[in-house]
Design a protein around this ligand. Structure first.
Ligand code: ADP
Ligand code: MG
Length: 694
């Protein structure tokens, strides 16, 4: 089915091949793409501020005529400077642009313009430096003046007025052809306005409220498609037949009895859920959500052991070599027990020698290695299994759906998949974003751990903080000192890990054993230092955020984080999770001089609670979902206008409708669902190739 809005943009009046190329830079290839290019902001030009009323320090839009003009080169920087004054009936404002000599051609005297920028005071008069400008020709007035005006993202050679005119023209000629992909019954039950009306309101809103309503309408559509893809992805996996594992009580007793600790109630519950899932032929797809230190890893070990007991193989995918090694070392300890003596486990990381790697490849292929713990190295084509039946993915936010699929694809039958994440997802969002996963929650800290107290000090107090750290270390604890950057930079006035390391060695901690770790270190080197720290051959580790993921040193009970305002909340929480892992109490000191209210609120939040979920809710509110979930997550980046945090209610409605639709027509075969299917295939291809491959 060809939609008229699929027409290549090149064939639209006023476009042609040259402009089409430029528009492609904005991702616009068809009329539909153009109509879905939504403004990045709006300018309410129904009541523009008279120039005489604008104030320094504020952002303003003003309209007026160019009064004078002139460009010149400044003698000291050889920069081109273009200066002008723009006036309306009430007054005038001076403007200056640098290195844009072509402005002389456009900003000629008497030209009508709209300017948007921050107002400064310069030599006692109001001025805007490099404001956004728009030339207004008489024929532009209807779209660009006296109304709420859309401001689009631009690219070289494409102006606001051009886009506005083009979009207006396309709306006029193609609006009626815009096909609404939402099935009638959904539109009716949700009382949605016609699509064309919403699209027009998004470009040229009659009121802010109308714009918002239109936005919710478009967001609904996006969420709806997104939810269908999530649901279908789940169906595509759990609808298949995998490997049932026999997991009997004696085996469970052997495993649990061999642990150096007693499982928490939360771990036991999760274990039961895993046992139930793994026993079924239907593949498991389970997410273990638990704060740092809640003890997720042992559950992955259990799955691996159960696969082995059933004569199959298992794999654990970890995001860093340090973590893979740590898991491997822990599992090794476990193997020393009688019941597991014959279990063969291997490590696969890139820093192994070629020969070592080949031995692992061979063992996995012929089945003599029963479980492997590795990094991305596991995903390579050279890695093949004889009979993989269980896969665990650690710190899932570091991987994407595709990587999960890559590893699973190495199994003959769909394997049981366990995903672990320490990124707590606020309850309100969990179902909708992870609707394709079953969830186990580890909401309990293993007993016998110390408390972590968090304090905040201004930078001027750092000498006494260092002195306090000295005292603590002298008494036998170990400490981390964390910096936001590795090396000093010209543009940021921040203390850096390398420089502070050099400094500490000469001064404050000259008599202590101090080392440096950061992300640009060679792997082997990093590993040596980490091992030394773990063996208490080092007292203090000066570090960057490399500490964020999973390092486990029970004797490290002091952490200092400098420029704490530079880190996200969840990041601070993850780092703080590195301490207080042993029985002793721990102290986290944030050194920071927050200047904004937001930064202060963030520090307050991290000081007041150690509850990862509360912190996550804060973080999500402050930073929005894109940042929060990371680049890889679940198609969130394909959401163009919808925001799962601010539009939670819309998301819930969309999910409800998506569940209903996929329930009645999981293949999207009905004629009224054809457009939904086509759009999902276009928008979320990476997910759906898995679904409809068969
Ligand atoms: P995370 O959930 O952050 O991945 P880990 O699985 O690495 O946590 O566990 C953190 C530490 O706690 C490990 O040293 C682990 O051996 C230990 N641990 C796990 N479960 C328990 C428990 N029930 N009681 C005591 N210690 C535990
Ligand atoms: Mg972990």
């Amino acid at each position: 089915m060809k939609k008229s809005s699929d027409i290549p943009i090149q064939f639209i009046k006023g476009v042609g091949p040259a402009k089409a190329k430029l528009l492609a830079n904005l991702g616009i290839e068809t009329v539909e793409d153009l109509l879905y290019l939504f403004p990045r902001r709006y300018d309410d030009r129904t009541r523009l501020t008279p120039i005489k009323n604008i104030k320094a320090g504020e952002w303003h839009t003003v309209a007026g005529k160019v009064l004078v003009g002139g460009g010149r080169k400044t003698w000291f920087t050889k920069k081109h400077v273009f200066e002008t004054a723009v006036g309306d009936e009430s007054g005038r404002i001076f403007c200056v642009w640098f290195n844009q000599p072509y402005l002389e051609k456009y900003l000629t005297i008497e030209q009508e313009v709209v300017l948007y920028g921050k107002v400064d005071v310069f030599k006692n008069r109001l001025q805007m430096v490099s404001p956004e400008y728009e030339l207004i020709a008489p024929q532009d007035r209807s779209l660009s003046m006296g109304r709420i005006v859309p401001i689009y993202p631009l690219t070289k050679g494409i102006s606001q007025r051009y886009l506005r005119r083009l979009i207006d023209a396309c709306l006029n000629t193609h609006e009626s052809h815009l096909l609404d992909l939402l099935p009638d019954e959904v539109r009716r039950s949700q009382k949605l306005e016609p699509l064309a009306k919403s699209i027009r309101q998004l470009h040229f809103p009659s009121t802010p409220a109308a714009q918002e309503k239109a936005m919710a309408r478009i967001a609904f559509e996006e969420f709806f498609l997104f939810q269908i893809s999530v649901i279908l992805r789940r169906l595509s996996i759990v609808g298949k037949t995998g490997v049932p594992h026999r997991i009997e009580d004696p085996f469970i007793r052997d495993f649990v009895g061999g642990l150096p600790f007693t499982l928490t109630a939360a771990q036991q519950k999760a274990l039961q859920e895993i046992i139930l899932d793994m026993s079924k032929a239907q593949p498991m797809l389970r997410l273990i959500q638990g704060d740092v230190g809640s003890g997720k890893t042992v559950l992955a070990f259990f799955g691996c052991a159960a696969a082995w007991r059933n004569g199959h193989q298992a794999a654990i995918l970890a995001p860093t070599e340090i973590l893979a090694q740590q898991h491997y070392a822990n599992l090794q300890k476990f193997l020393e027990q009688g019941a597991f003596a014959k279990w063969r486990v291997a490590l696969l990381i890139n820093s192994l020698s070629k020969k070592e790697k080949e031995a692992v490849y061979a063992g996995l292929k012929d089945g003599t290695i029963h479980a492997v713990i590795g990094t991305h190295a596991l995903l390579q084509e050279t890695v093949a299994f004889k009979d993989l039946s269980f896969v665990a993915i650690d710190e899932q936010h570091k991987f994407g759906v595709q990587q999960r699929a890559l590893l699973s694809a190495k199994a003959q039958l769909p394997p049981d998949v366990l995903i672990m994440t320490a990124t707590p997802i606020p309850r309100t969002l969990c179902l909708t974003l992870y609707g394709d996963l079953d969830i186990s929650l580890l909401n309990e800290r293993p007993p016998g751990r110390g408390k972590v107290a968090t304090y905040h000090f201004p930078t001027e107090k750092s000498p006494s903080v260092y002195e306090q750290v000295r005292q603590w270390v002298k008494k036998g604890t170990q400490a981390y000192i964390v910096y936001p950057i590795i090396e000093e930079s010209e543009t940021l006035d921040l203390k850096a890990a390398k420089d502070m390391f050099t400094h500490f060695r000469q001064f404050e901690f000259a008599d202590l054993r101090v080392a440096l770790v950061h992300g640009q270190m060679e792997r082997g080197q990093l590993e040596v230092v980490m091992r030394q720290f773990k063996n208490h051959e080092l007292d203090i580790l000066v570090a960057t955020t490399i500490l964020e993921v999973g390092i486990d040193v029970a004797n490290a009970n002091v952490m200092v984080i400098e420029h704490a305002e530079r880190f996200g909340l969840s990041q601070l929480h993850q780092m703080r999770g590195r301490i207080g892992r042993g029985p002793k109490d721990a102290v986290c000191i944030l050194i920071s001089d927050p200047t904004t209210e937001e930064a202060k609120a963030r520090l307050q939040a991290i000081i007041q609670t150690t509850d990862g979920f509360k912190i996550a809710e804060h973080d999500l509110k402050i930073r929005g979902p894109g940042h929060y979930f990371g680049r890889h997550q679940h198609g969130l980046n394909e959401l163009r206008v919808a925001n799962p945090v601010t539009q939670m209610a819309v998301l819930e409605q969309a999910r409800k409708e998506a569940v209903a639709l996929t329930h009645t027509d999981p293949q999207l075969k009905a004629p009224q669902h054809r457009l939904v299917k086509a759009t999902i295939q276009k928008r979320y291809p990476q997910y759906l190739e898995m679904v409809w491959a068969g």
